[in-house]
Design a protein around this ligand. Structure first.
Ligand SMILES: [Fe+2]
Length: 185
């Protein structure tokens, strides 16, 4: 379950409190439990699933996509698998370490591993939200944020899009606080 970290090293894991704090930023956080299925567990254990294996993984979550397509108009989904063995991982991550926005919502459903989203609260406090398997997050278009991996450097997430064009980082130039519990590269 997701937890929220503050610059002083403290943190909270209460979902209601986290939602209240992130509400002014427009971030939506939900808990979508993963299906209990042995085949899925085996596929998720693959560090770098082949395209056909990724499609098999996505098939387990198609009802969620159908729901998002019907309610929010999302048109496409894919699976992102990041792990230390992925060529170019550092260069890829580098693009998202700085404060940025997008012209489309950034929607991620974490299904394995973990990642960290950073946000700027209305009082300019910076916070970091660690998301784990079963966490669904919607970062609204225009919301300043950043993303990085935890020291495990491994995550699988379903990404949902209205269009690919709207999902490039637009940098804001705001310096990101270096959180005490983090081990940035
Ligand atoms: Fe982003």
């Amino acid at each position: 379950m997701a937890f929220l970290s503050f610059p002083d090293g403290s943190g909270i894991s209460d979902p209601g409190k986290i939602r209240t704090i992130l509400d002014p930023v427009g971030v939506r956080l939900e808990r979508w439990p993963l299906p209990d299925n042995g085949d899925l567990t085996g596929l998720l254990a693959l560090e770098r699933p082949a395209p056909e294996e990724s499609e098999r993984i996505l098939a387990f979550f198609e009802p969620r996509f159908d729901q998002l397509r019907a309610t929010l108009g999302y048109q496409a989904r894919d699976l992102v698998s990041l792990s230390p063995s992925l060529p170019g991982l550092d260069a890829l991550l580098e693009r998202f370490l700085s404060c940025h926005t997008h012209d489309d919502d950034e929607i991620r459903y974490v299904i394995e591993g973990e990642g960290i989203f950073g946000f700027v609260l209305p009082d300019e406090t910076q916070v970091e939200l660690t998301v784990l398997a079963g966490d669904y997050i919607n970062v609204p278009r225009g919301a300043e944020h950043w993303f990085r991996l935890t020291p495990a450097r491994r995550i699988k997430a379903v990404r949902y899009f209205t269009s690919r064009e709207g999902w490039v980082p637009l940098y804001t130039g705001r310096p990101v606080f270096s959180f005490p519990e983090t081990s940035r590269r």
